[in-house]
Structure formats: C-alpha cells, structure tokens
Design a protein around this ligand. Sequence first.
Ligand code: ADP
Ligand code: MG
Length: 430
Amino acid sequence: MLCLGIETSCDETALALVRDGVVIADVMSSQADVHALFGGVVPELASREHYRLIGALCDEVLRRAGVTAADIDVVAVARGPGLLGSLLVGMGFAKGLALATGARLVGVNHLHAHLLAAGIAAEMAYPALGLLVSGGHTHIYRMESPRRMSLLGRTLDDAAGEAFDKVAKQLGLAYPGGRTIDELGRKGRVNPAMFPRPYVDNDNLDFSFSGLKTAAGLVVQANPALIEAARAVMTGSALSADASNADDTEPDSTLTDVSSLCDMCASFNHAVADTLRIKLERALARENGPLPGTPTVAARKKRKKSGAVVVDAGQAASPCPPTVPEHAALAAHAGQGGEVPDTHRAPVRALVAAGGVAANSYVREALGDLAMRAGLPLLLPTPALCTDNGIMVAHAGWQLASLGLWHDLALEAIPRGRSIPDDFTMFRSV
Ligand code: ADP
Ligand code: MG
C-alpha cells in the first residue's frame, strides 16, 4: 500500500511517501524564516506559503520516489488541530488528489501522528503512555492503538514548546528558540534551584508552564547581561564556553562571555524536563503502580515547606483509580479520539514521547532515566521526526488505512481548540 502524507497544520509544508510502512521519500519546506521576522507564526502568511508550495512539493516527492500520482493508494492529510487556513490548503489538495486518482482519503489527527512517529524506528508496544510535547500542546495520553488514545492530562496554559519560544524571544534569540536553548544549555551548568517545577504540588496530570516562563522572564529582566550574551550568540561574537574555561590561553577580549546565559539555559531545560518527568511518572504510577523510592505529594509539600529545594520525584500517593470528578474531567477531555478509561485495564508496556520538545536532550535524558527505573522501553522519534514533518502523517495514515479506516470527501478540518471526532468510515471489518 502506497500512502502519501500531507502536513500543513502550522508553518511546515511537508509531504512524504510510505510504502507498506517503509518511508520511501519525503520533502519539507519550513517557513521559519518568514515568521522569524515577526517573532511567531502569522496565520495568513502561513496559508499563503502552503498554497504557493504544495503543488511543487508534491511533484518533487513523487519524482524522488520514482512513482506517479496514479500509483498512490491512500492520501493521508493532517486534518487538525492546527491553523484553520493552513489545514484547509492541505485538505483541499488531498481531496482533489484523492478525487482525481481514486485513492482513499484518510484524515489524520496531527497529535496522534506525532506520537505514532515513535513507532517508525522501533515497534510500538500497546498499551503505551504517550507524552506529546510540542509548540502548541503538552498532553499525556494512554495509547491503546493507532486509532484509540485517551487524554489523561493537558496543559492549562502555555505548552512546553511555547514556554521555550517565549523565553527565547525575551532573550532576543531567533524563533523558534527551543533548539537554541537546548544547545546553549549543553555548554552550561544546571542550578536546580534557579527555576520552580510549576504546578506539580497537586495530584493531577495537567501542566501549567506560564509560571515557569514568567520566572525565566524575571531572571532575564534582572540580568541585562543575559540579553547581551544572547545578542553575541546571534551575531557570532560569543566566546565559546570551552575557551572561557581554558586557563592556558588568553581569551579574545572582543568576544562576549556567554557562560551565565548557558547556565541559565541549562537550568531552564532541566526545570522543563524535570516537570515533564514528574507528571509522566505520576501517570505511570496510576497505570502500573508507583515506582519504589519516590516521595508522595504530601512528602513533597512537607519538604517544600521546610525550605528544602525539591528537584526530584513527586507523584500520586498510590496508583489510585480516577475519582468521580476526575472521570468528569476525562470525559470532557474525550473527543481527542479519547474515552473515559476503565479502572481495570492492562498495565502500560512502553513510554512514548514525541513533538518538538521531545527533541530536547534534557527531556530525552530525564525520560530515559524514568523508563529505566520503570523497566519499560522508551520510544522516541529521531530528533528530526519530533518536529512537524510529512513522514509522521504518511506513517499514521498507512496504519489507519491498514486497519480499514478512511474518510469521505466531507472530511472536516479541525482548528486548534476543538476536539477531533472519531468519524472514520470502515471499508472492511477490523
Ligand atoms: P507544533 O506541532 O505545535 O507546531 P512541533 O512539534 O513542530 O510543534 O514543535 C515545535 C516546537 O518544538 C517549538 O516550540 C520549538 O521551540 C520546540 N523545539 C524544537 N526543538 C527543541 C529542542 N531541542 N528543545 C526544546 N524545544 C524544542
Ligand atoms: Mg506538531
């Protein structure tokens, strides 16, 4: 089965071809440069760029794979969540192609596609616990199959990637800033007490990163030297951390020492990674039982009151089933292809993390440690497949089509903020 995947949900126009689960070609055009001028994505510009590029990129991916449009069996397209105008460009193109060639149309949930990308290099084990951390979302899912994922927790305000991008903007680093903060942090030293672990002293699975973003903003405001250092990074006049630490050579006095900036970035990366790990560990405790040696929420609060720096684990006191109000909240979360979980379900067999922030080296390390302690495999897409791409849509579309699922031409694009309906038509029993 040859599946074409089309991704236009935000600022990447990306297409890929997957044949029977094997990636055979992909192309991508990022609009990051266009939007960098404005410090964030401008929706109208994004739609126009997709419209300008999609036809040529489709020709190119077919050419690279040595196939023609008539060879395509399935056209998979990211149907949402995303920017409505951008989604409509991809959807219109996908529908036209499906109509012209007779290929099946499959609308793919962009968030599910991110998580399923972890199954490209390794075999996915279901049920799994999935952490989706991107520019727009920070979600924890229980993944039952490529189709069925129930949402267990979500961000109440900024997503983790958004916090990275906003802190980078305050520093004056280029958009999107997550990768730069990751790279600078690798050259610095972590101060675990510099930033809080936001919204962890509770027993839910939701996130809130706006406080951490504000804390980082206050550190930047109080230290104008950090902005100077960021400017030096941008203009290539930064003294490398290695050179400033070496005592045998005289450092070049025209270059700016950026070691405090690197330390701040290291501490910020660490705070985000630790917060994600705490909540994923709590979700795992609910699914499979607590890991030995981790403090309860009550113990964590007590240590915090005593003035101790709390930087390690924090999780629910017991693997308690969801309470009645939690059930109501989960029901409200349902819709993302989700459903209210039953309390007698199978333990999860793997941890999955995906989305742009899953490319972060601190996040990968923190989740790797958690997986090792839990004795579970951690499935991560390669860093290049963490951010938006066409391969993940083609791969997800191929999996859904293999289950006999497809859509008709009435398929709707779903903007951010609305639930994605599970409205597949089945073309054979599954
Ligand atoms: P979306 O689907 O919401 O557009 P993506 O999944 O494409 O988001 O991820 C983009 C986000 O990932 C941006 O916020 C970017 O800053 C962040 N990001 C990318 N690489 C890294 C990294 N190495 N460390 C932290 N954040 C990163
Ligand atoms: Mg994405």
